[in-house]
Design a protein around this ligand. Structure first.
Ligand code: DGY
Length: 333
């Protein structure tokens, strides 16, 4: 029987995950439903065996040092882990896990929600009605853009990009995609055609971005990319905010270089570029792509299962830095 681990959870999570964790571990949870300051985080992680952290926590080398050398795992409650310095973790022998798969459908669904909302001016129409402006059906009232039969451009063909594209089937869309290399599985599952980024930007009616945030993907969509897009194009971003240059996007929206944009993520969350708030042709959501009761519960359960596996000396099922184990093996040898 392994010793009960001492685990810190940086913010309240769905109860089933907390209940499972408490069954096997001694748990302290941040009692406030808000992000801890870096100083608070440094204090709270001290002496823990594992930490269950969120994408809003910056987990850097200072945090690993503060946690102490007994700390084995930081279980990140997100599929993306750009908030964690994985290299520093690996150097210190700390495992990092994430929560893939369980949020794929919810995130792809929300990308579609944004696509529909922008194309059919859903938010604007709702506001129009609530503002008491609806005087009856009008032939020119709130005209949007067709979706069925149009061309979908998918940038990034991992789990979420692939799932998003598969869902286009019912709308008889032509799919173009771009990624670092062609993806035969994506092609087989979606009928997508690999094109260079420029062709995709010039041709697609809807462009949806599904890449991780890396130095190479920061501002992947910026001034030059907007210039290539059609004036009728709609950009969707549910990946990470800094992938889209927000200032360039504001310019593109204000000058009608593109038709509209749907964003769930922002460059400097929770801050949003103020001029973006004034763009009626943008639908802006507060990073809720995985925010369904089932998905958030399952994310919590996966994070906890990673902690329990590590506690029993097993490999956490969704370990991000597998190299950490190799380093341990070669130290033993
Ligand atoms: C993730 O898991 O990376 C998502 O952005 C969370 O909503």
């Amino acid at each position: 029987m392994s010793k009960r681990w001492n685990v810190y959870v940086t913010r309240m999570l769905p109860q089933p995950a907390i209940d499972l964790l408490k069954e096997y571990c001694d748990v302290e949870i941040n009692p406030d439903d808000q992000v801890l300051s870096h100083e608070e985080l440094l204090t709270k992680v001290k002496g823990r065996d594992a930490v269950l952290c969120l994408l809003t926590d910056t987990i850097d080398d200072e945090v690993f040092a503060a946690a102490g050398s007994q700390c084995k795992l930081f279980a990140n409650y997100a599929v993306g882990f750009n908030n964690v310095d994985v290299e520093a973790a690996t150097k210190r022998g700390v495992m990092i896990s994430n929560t893939p798969d369980v949020l794929t459908d919810a995130t792809a669904d929300l990308a579609w929600t944004l696509l529909f909302s922008v194309a059919r001016r859903v938010v604007e129409s709702d506001k129009y009605l609530r503002d008491g402006k609806f005087q009856g059906w009008g032939p020119m009232l709130l005209l949007g853009r067709d979706i069925t039969g149009k061309t979908l451009g998918v940038i990034g063909t991992g789990r979420i990009g692939g799932n998003f594209a598969k869902k286009a089937k019912g709308f008889e869309m032509k799919i173009l995609y771009n990624d670092v290399t062609p993806n035969p599985q994506f092609e087989a599952e979606t009928g997508g055609v690999y094109v260079d980024k420029e062709t995709l930007l010039k041709t697609a009616d809807f462009i949806s971005v599904h890449v991780p945030l890396l130095p190479s993907t920061r501002h992947l969509i910026s001034t030059n990319e907007f210039k290539l897009m059609k004036p009728t194009a709609i950009l969707i971003n549910t990946s990470r905010g800094p992938v889209v240059d927000e200032k360039a996007l504001v310019y593109a929206l204000q000058t009608n270089e593109i038709w509209g944009a749907g964003l769930d993520v922002f460059e400097n969350e929770p801050a949003v570029e103020p001029r973006l708030l004034e763009c009626e042709n943008a639908v802006l959501l507060p990073h809720v792509a995985s925010a369904t009761i089932d998905t958030r519960t399952n994310m919590g359960l996966i994070a906890v299962r990673n902690i329990l596996a590590a506690m029993q000396g097993a490999v956490p099922p969704t370990l991000v830095n597998i190299e950490v184990l190799r380093a341990k093996e070669s130290n033993k040898a």
